[in-house]
Design a protein around this ligand. Sequence first.
Ligand SMILES: *Cc1c(COP(=O)(O)O)cnc(C)c1O
Length: 341
Amino acid sequence: MIDLRSDTVTKPTPGMLAAMMAAAVGDDVYAEDPTVNELEARVADRFGKEAALFVPTGTMGNQIAVRVHCRPQDEVLLEASSHVYLWEAGAPAALSGVTVRTIPGRYGVLDVADLEPHLHPDDMHSVRSRLVSLENTHNRGGGVVYPLDKTAAVCAWARANGLATHLDGARIWNAEVASGVGPREWARHFDTLSVCFSKGLGAPAGSALVGPKDLIAHGRRVRKLFGGAMRQVGFLAAACLYAMDRHVARLADDHTNARLLADAVRDVPGLALVPPQVETNLVWAEVSPELGTAKAVAGRLKEQGVLAAALGTTVIRLVTHLDVSRADCERAAAAIRGLVR
Ligand SMILES: *Cc1c(COP(=O)(O)O)cnc(C)c1O
C-alpha cells in the first residue's frame, strides 16, 4: 500500500532508530535528560528564541501556548479552518476557558483587514481580545505557505493592539523549504511558535513550544498540568534531533512528488484541486458528485493500492512524505488518472 493519508504515518528510518538506541537519557521531570535538554537548546537557537519546551504532541504545544498567553474570558483570533480550532477537540474552551473568534480566510490566510473588525473594545460586556494564532503551512488551507509580508503585517498589527502572537508551525519546515525563508525570519514575528517533528520530518513523536524564557517556564508548569511531563524521553528527543538535522532539506522531494500527484488530479474531470496550486506536500481535492463521494473515490484508489484520506463527504487529501518514493507517487498518479473510466 502507498499510504498518502498523512505525513504522520512514517516509521523511523534505520539511522533514526540507531540514534534513538544510542541516546543518553535521564529523568526529564528533573531536567536531567541530556538529549531533551540538547533538543530544547537546539530548537530555541534554530528559531532565534530564548527557550523551548519538548512536548508529546503539536496539540499540546499549541494548547500550552493558548494557556500561557490567555486567561479565562480572553479570546483567540484565528482563521476558521485552523488546526487549533478545528482539530484540537475544543481544547481552548475545555482547558483554558477562552473563546475563539473564527475568521474565514483565503486558504487559511488572513489579512489585517480580516482581523480588524473582530477586535473587541475594552468593555466589561466583551471577552478580552488577547491572542492572534496563525498557521504555517496551513493544513486545511491546502499546505499553503503563509506569505511573509502578511505574517509581518498581522503580527505588527497584533502587537500594536496589545495582542500576543502564536504560530502553529507544525509544518514550518515545509514553509522554509518551499519559500527559502529561514526559521528565524519566520519566527521573529511571533511571541511563541510550536513545531512538530512527527509530520514531514518523520520522528515517531514529539513537538516543541518555542519562545521567551518566562513564557516557556510558565509553559513547563502547564505541561505538567496537562499530563505531558515525561521521564526518559531522550529516546524520542534523539529521533527529533536526527529528523531536524537530516530530514528538512529532503522535504523538497515531497513537494516535487506532491506536484506530480496534483498534475494527475488535474487530469480527472470531477476532481478539483483546492487550492488550485500545490505549494508543499499536501494535495486537497474537491470531489464532484459525478465521480461519487469522497469515501467512494478513496475506496477505488485503495483497490489500486493507494490510501487517500476522505475528509468529509466531498473532500480527499493526499500527502507526500518520507516513506513514499518518487516511484510510489508515479504509481499513485496512475491510479488517480485511472479514476476516469
Ligand atoms: C498535526 C498538526 C498539529 C499537531 O497535531 P498532533 O497530532 O497533536 O501532533 C498542529 N497543527 C497542525 C497544522 C497540524 O497539521
